[in-house]
Design a binder for this molecule. Structure first.
Ligand SMILES: NC(=O)c1ccc[n+]([C@@H]2O[C@H](COP(=O)([O-])OP(=O)(O)OC[C@H]3O[C@@H](n4cnc5c(N)ncnc54)[C@H](OP(=O)(O)O)[C@@H]3O)[C@@H](O)[C@H]2O)c1
Length: 283
């Protein structure tokens, strides 16, 4: 059934809360501080930010003000696309720690495997970048290290060229985007899968009779159905809102179970104008 307090265990033994507060597009400093505080108040213990979101300072401030001890929180950040390579990755990860005002991060990810229009060799680029994460992991600055938006070829390259195996792969996952090959290969290597943008199908589903009937049957909103779908796939589920009421209601998904038939229906959905998963590896 799972609860908001539940965790999965990464291959190195670190526990990762299965439900996390995302901060993408939270650019207003006060909204970032308040969002983190409201999420922690609502019971979230996992906060996801990224260098690219340009809110690490404010997320860090929210963490400082939230009233829960640092050790009880799980904080992730991710590498900016223009900071690949050993030296730059190392420098900028240490900068993230300064911005967040933390001694360590619970998890740090390479945000995207392929950076568009640089002409660089993504394979070598990821090998060099990963070494920086490995070294900072050894030094205790990063308690776990992983990848984001890595599909099969990118994962394979890391598997073949790494000293420390990745512990997490954070990818786009929701009805309409299942990325089954990536999920399967990741899981074969005991990598925990995190899903981003779980609520993005909402705009396509407003008139879907079956999903509306599910809402009625379970007494849950469409957002709650989509978040629960993600949890029932055993994806660490990340969701974002800057509204306290939504932050709370999004976490209220641990008292019901979507039936197998309804899961199968949600899995079968496709949306014509969504980007294709193949495009999800380049930014
Ligand atoms: N690794 C990556 O490349 C990557 C990419 C994207 C995201 N992420 C991470 O994953 C997190 C989650 O993805 P996401 O930000 O796209 O989140 P999401 O939870 O799928 O969607 C967030 C959007 O839905 C709205 N929303 C939230 N709760 C709602 C509700 N109950 N009813 C209606 N609308 C609702 C939010 O607006 P309001 O804020 O106005 O409520 C926001 O516009 C991100 O924040 C980020 O941390 C990672």
């Amino acid at each position: 059934m799972y609860s908001l307090e539940d965790t999965f265990t990464l291959i190195n033994g670190v526990k990762i809360p299965i439900f996390g507060y995302g901060t993408w597009q939270v650019t207003d400093p006060q909204e970032a501080v308040d969002g983190v505080k409201q999420a922690v108040k609502a019971g979230y213990r996992h906060i996801d930010t990224a260098q690219m979101y340009r809110n690490e300072e404010h997320v860090g401030e929210g963490i400082k003000q939230c009233g829960v001890a640092r050790e009880e929180l799980f904080v992730t950040s991710k590498l900016n696309n223009n900071c690949h390579g050993y030296d730059e990755a190392r420098r900028t990860i240490l900068e993230s720690l300064e911005k967040l005002d933390l001694d360590y991060l619970d998890l740090f990810l390479i945000h995207w495997p392929v950076v568009k229009n640089t002409g660089s060799d993504w394979k070598q680029d990821n090998i060099d970048t990963w070494r920086a994460l490995e070294d900072l992991y050894d030094e205790g600055k990063l308690k776990a290290i992983g990848l984001s938006n890595f599909a099969v070829p990118h994962l394979t390259n890391i598997f073949e060229n790494s000293r420390i195996k990745p512990m997490v792969n954070q990818i786009r996952l929701h009805p309409g985007v299942l990325q089954e090959d990536t999920v399967e290969l990741s899981r074969q290597h005991e990598i925990i899968i995190e899903g981003w943008s779980p609520l993005s199908p909402m705009k396509y589903l407003k008139d879907d009779e079956k999903v509306n009937a599910m809402s009625e049957k379970y007494g849950k909103s469409m957002a709650q159905i989509l978040l629960r779908w993600s949890i029932q796939h055993d994806f660490v589920t990340l969701t974002k809102s800057v509204h306290e009421e939504r932050i709370q209601s999004n976490a209220d998904i641990f008292d019901f179970e979507i039936s197998e038939d309804d899961m199968t229906y949600l899995d079968s959905l496709t949306f014509d104008d969504l980007d294709k998963p193949d495009d999800f590896t380049e930014r």
